[in-house]
Design a binder for this molecule. Structure first.
Ligand code: PEP
Ligand code: MG
Length: 600
């Protein structure tokens, strides 16, 4: 890309706007780079004899990447319920380590001086042809696996090379990106990204937000027509890619970018100060974390620890059963270090419901079915006990807390406490280091739990209100169903009434009450939640500086008044209007750059 044109000036091409969905706000202005669009291509340029060792290293790197990807394809569901899928993946993994297959590939690179891709393709193609003619049906079926392995390694090879070739300040256009791609591209100075696939809650979208990389997904239309080196603007807020921007458009976006950057700088400053209201009330502003990579960026966003470490992705992204107790100990220790000097709240595995088991039993109402703590208590040996042991072992510095998902009955908290006690005793007998003082918190996601908040506040060490699920269950609106999405709002007075009840129970019993649903990152919801009495908020890391800045500019007394009016309102629209007016009245525009996340 060394011959790329100056991306900061407009060019002659007609301006084209490609619409998508903005998933990470911000403006990027630069030159496009098409990445991984279409099937992987094999480089057939002969390599120099002295480059053989480097080429072998490239192959090893690609094999490792492909193996990582294959592992990600296996899920915990396979472990519990479906052996067939796990067996297929295991077969592919074995192929990647099979010397009979890979020996000839390496040999070809050494003796024929061909690229790793060419060697791999020719060896595997020959192999496929041979077993495709076999009498043995099992062997014949392996041709698909071989093809899949070949494609994965070729793609991994192509990605490795592409990442190395991308110049700093590129806007990447791709069919899809993995989180690993994004991190590598970020290290290469990636400015923005636009993909045809992906979802707003995907790993890569969350990371893009966390890393302040403007990102647009679902940009299907005319994306194949864009070229590497085309000048472009990404508007991650509006969800727009503008190719060949006109001089006026560029000027407009340069102004917006400058404003955005100065806001981010101000927010970064706010993030390093405590979240204290103008009348001296301190709040704890914590991070929601789903991916190990996010642990590295918490300090930057001024997180007062981790309020919710969701463990589903940690399990689901590993091969079946391979999130071993030892691996869990390492991750939880890392989380405790990242949260220091605050605590890290680790939620027990919350499977089922929307995070459904791909191979699991079909349930007519999965959200009301076998999920969260119910599944864990029914299968304690497979999931609950190893996770509890790992938490106890990782808790040597006393910084961890455990949070129970989908709690409905008081008895569930008591039963988990017994399991913690039993596992702590067992660790003592085994002579293993651990800390048995692991505070136990209950998620308040089910209306019954909020209605019995006082009893839960006495039973648990802390409460955390999951407004995503609480809203779904209070309003009987599926949180993932587009058809009813307009009826879903955590600011509905009925939901707020339960938040208030829970906060009051916490205050009366001295039990901390947090909100960790998406509403804790919504600037309109936050003053209401604080006014209702919650003392901690836990949200996506990139939202935290904006939240702190908001809190630092308002008083608790003003928020109390807003919350009182909100509880008396007759519907969510009225509460939203009140919150908007309140913000306009009490907060200067410049303070408010935090994204408005009105639904999960
Ligand atoms: C919630 O329900 O609000 C919550 C935080 O849990 P999740 O979104 O993981 O279901
Ligand atoms: Mg939930």
């Amino acid at each position: 890309m060394s011959s790329s044109p100056d991306p900061t000036t407009s060019d002659a091409g007609p301006e084209r706007i490609i619409e998508g969905t903005g998933v990470a706000p911000g403006i990027a202005i630069g030159a496009l780079y098409r990445y991984n669009v279409g099937p992987p291509e094999v480089d057939r340029t002969p390599i120099a004899p002295e480059a053989v060792e480097d080429e072998l290293a490239v192959l090893e790197d690609a094999l490792a990447r492909a193996e990582q990807e294959i592992e990600q394809a296996r899920t915990i569901a396979d472990r519990i319920l479906g052996a067939e899928q796990a067996a297929i993946v295991e077969a592919q993994r074995m192929m990647l380590n099979d010397e009979a297959l890979l020996g000839p590939v390496r040999e070809r690179i050494r003796t024929e001086h061909v690229t790793a891709g060419q060697a791999l393709q020719s060896v595997l193609r020959g192999y496929r042809e041979r077993i495709g003619e076999s009498e043995d049906a099992y062997l014949r079926d392996r041709t698909d696996d071989l093809l899949e392995v070949e494609t994965r390694v070729l793609r991994a090879l192509e990605r490795g090379r592409t990442v190395a070739q991308i110049e700093p300040n590129a806007i990447v256009v791709a069919d899809a990106l993995t989180a690993t791609d994004l991190i590598q591209l970020h290290e290469h100075g990636l400015l923005g990204c636009v993909t045809t696939g992906g979802g707003p809650h995907s790993h890569v979208s969350i990371l893009a937000r966390a890393l302040h990389i403007p990102a647009v997904i679902g940009a299907e239309e005319r994306l194949e027509a864009v070229e590497t080196h085309d000048r472009a603007v990404v508007d991650g807020q509006a969800g727009r890619l503008i190719v060949h921007p006109s001089a006026d458009t560029l000027e407009d976006y340069r102004r917006r970018r400058a404003r955005q950057q100065s806001l981010w700088a101000e927010q970064a400053q706010a993030a390093s100060a405590p979240a204290e209201t103008t009348d001296g009330h301190s709040l704890s502003v914590q991070a929601n974390v789903e991916f190990e990579e996010e642990l590295q960026i918490l300090k930057e966003y001024g997180a007062d620890g981790i309020g919710l470490l969701r463990t589903e992705v940690l399990f689901l992204s590993r091969p079946a059963g391979a999130f071993t107790e030892e691996e869990q100990v390492a991750v939880y220790r890392k989380a405790a270090r990242a949260a220091h000097p605050h605590s890290a709240t680790v939620r027990l595995l919350d499977l089922g419901g929307d995070k459904s088991l791909s191979q699991g039993p079909r349930e007519a109402n999965p959200s009301l079915g076998w999920r969260g703590i119910r599944l864990l208590l029914d299968r304690p040996e497979e999931l609950l006990r190893p996770q509890v042991r790992a938490l106890l072992r990782a808790n040597t510095e006393g910084a961890l807390r455990v949070l129970l998902p989908m709690v409905t009955h008081l008895d569930e908290v008591r039963r988990v406490r017994s399991v913690i006690q039993e596992e702590a005793d067992r660790l003592s007998r085994e002579g293993r280091a651990h800390d048995p003082t692991l505070p136990v918190g209950a998620m308040v996601e089910v209306p019954a739990t909020a209605l019995q908040a006082r009893a839960f506040a006495e039973e648990a060490d802390f409460l955390s209100i999951g407004t995503n699920d609480l809203t779904q269950y209070v309003l009987a609106v599926d949180r993932d169903n587009d058809r009813v999405a307009s009826r879903y709002d955590p600011l509905h007075p009925a939901v707020l009434g339960l938040v208030q009840r829970t906060a009051a129970a916490g205050r009366d019993t001295g039990t901390p009450v947090a909100v960790c649903g998406e509403s804790a990152g919504d600037v309109h919801a936050v003053p209401v939640l604080i006014g209702l009495g919650v003392t901690a908020l836990s949200a996506t890391p990139s939202h935290l500086p904006g939240l702190k800045r908001l809190i630092q500019h308002v008083s608790r007394a003003e928020m109390d008044a807003l919350a009182t009016a909100a509880c008396e309102a007759s519907n969510a629209q009225t509460v939203r209007r009140q919150a908007r007016e309140w913000i306009a009245q009490h907060v200067e525009d410049a303070v408010l750059d935090a994204p408005d996340v009105s639904s999960p």
